[in-house]
Design a protein around this ligand. Structure first.
Ligand code: S3P
Length: 167
């Protein structure tokens, strides 16, 4: 079995993915970490030195790699579903689940997050809110191509297990 967790930054993909990997006995892969280890650079470094387009090409490459693995649960970066035909790749090779968290909750989570995220670095809470609202409008049509959509602030591993075991 292969599961892809998708959704905006701060939607809880990695936290949920780790819990699910234990419950379902799958290997957990955080796509951002996988990318950083492959290219020996952090995401902020790649954005700063090569720009977003180069990051997206690398992201596509690692997504192709992990799509060929079996028995994995992959937490993708928030933008991954919205470039190239990445959604089609994920839908064709695994169960894709969109964690649909309300923008208001994303703002408060991202303000307090320790991870450095180039797209939102240095934004005030108001700017962050605007960025999330505008970006979500553009990204939602991609996210909604997922086979399953789970809405809520605290999506539990049990909810996902029920979905994927029912087929
Ligand atoms: C991004 C989300 C990040 C990371 C990069 C770009 C995005 O991943 O891939 O900073 O475009 O939304 P997380 O969703 O894990 O924060």
């Amino acid at each position: 079995m292969k599961i892809f967790l998708i959704g905006f930054m701060g939607s809880g993909k990695s936290t949920l993915g780790r819990k699910l990997s234990v419950a379902l006995k799958l290997t957990f892969i955080d796509l951002d970490t996988f990318l950083e280890e492959k290219y020996f650079r952090t995401i902020p470094q790649i954005f700063a030195e090569e720009g977003e387009d180069a990051f997206r090409r690398k992201e596509r490459k690692v997504l192709e790699e992990v799509s060929a693995f079996d028995d994995v649960i992959v937490a993708t970066g928030g933008g991954a579903p919205c470039f190239f035909d990445n959604m089609e790749l994920m839908n064709n090779t695994g169960f894709c689940i969109f964690l649909d968290v309300a923008p208001k909750s994303l703002v408060s989570r991202l303000i307090h997050a320790k991870t450095e995220r180039p797209l939102i670095k240095g934004k005030t809470p108001e700017e962050l809110q605007q960025f999330i609202d505008a970006t979500m409008v553009r990204r939602r049509p991609f996210y909604e191509k997922a086979r399953y959509i789970l809405k809520g602030e605290e999506i539990s591993p049990e909810q996902v297990i029920e979905l994927v075991t029912k087929g």
